[in-house]
Design a protein around this ligand. Sequence first.
Ligand SMILES: [Zn+2]
Ligand SMILES: [Zn+2]
Length: 333
Amino acid sequence: MKAVVVEDVGRIVVRDVPEPSAGGRALIRIERAGLCGTDLKIVSGAIPVDHPLVIGHEMIGRVVSEGPARSIPAGTRVLVDPGEECGRCSMCRADHGYLCSTGALRGRDVDGGFAELMAVDENRLHPVPDSVGLDEAAVLQVLATCVHAQTLVDVFPGQSAVVVGLGVAGLLHVQLLKARGVTDVVGVTRSAWKRELALRLGAVAVATPEEAPGVVTEWTGSDGPDLVVEAAGQAATLRQSIELAGATGTVLVFGTVPGTAELPTYQWYFKELTIVNSRAARPRDYARAVQLAAGAQIQLSRLVTGRFPLADAAEAFDACRSGDHLKVMLTMT
Ligand SMILES: [Zn+2]
Ligand SMILES: [Zn+2]
């Protein structure tokens, strides 16, 4: 079967790899797979991996052959939870399986899903009703990680929030915050069309990074926002998130900032900030993401801007890198 393989730092190819054997797992025919910043960091070497690696961690597909428990019938469309866990370590036993000490992320630590077929443990699969469109379904993995992040912070109606970075994750956080009753959500990005889209998806105001301090003060007053969500995964945006947060506020670090970064650490102390990190998602976050999409509570279709056949994966990565897109996806069917 064909798969997208990272052969070395900076080098991706589409080539034949052996088909996976089910071996006690369900076999999934992948229909759509989304690219994201994590994939770009894996290809560039910012996130180190063992080569060669079949990349890809945002997949939906249909069950071709059931797993041994027959919990999900063949033909069912499923969202793949790309996490793997041992089920026995202290993290797994404490309901933190997504932080398993010997766990793995498909497409980073072990082969992933930019491929035609994938063998997946049945308990990592979440049925997606056919009422959710194919493209929308392919954004559900990201939505699940955003849902997970939001479960780590308390917000109340009437509070204010800022989302720094308005890519797919940022635009999902804007919508989730609105759905949770946060009235004033301000979005920050350099991209004019992403600012425009954020306004249509519920942001009360938008700003470039340079305009952000002024615009945020205009909406939140001198107290500043209760919550800032960092959703770009850059040192500069993390820095700005800490600077924008109001005294006693919370910074939710959703983006992944690899390596070490120079940060305004004195402000953590001076404003008595709470810094919350989120990673991956729990099974129930995946289930909630499916529920939100099925109930049309979160708009997903406008977030998909690029579709490329698996064979054109290199072009898909270029599109993702360009910054001109939201979700870029590979289409296998
Ligand atoms: Zn991703
Ligand atoms: Zn474990």
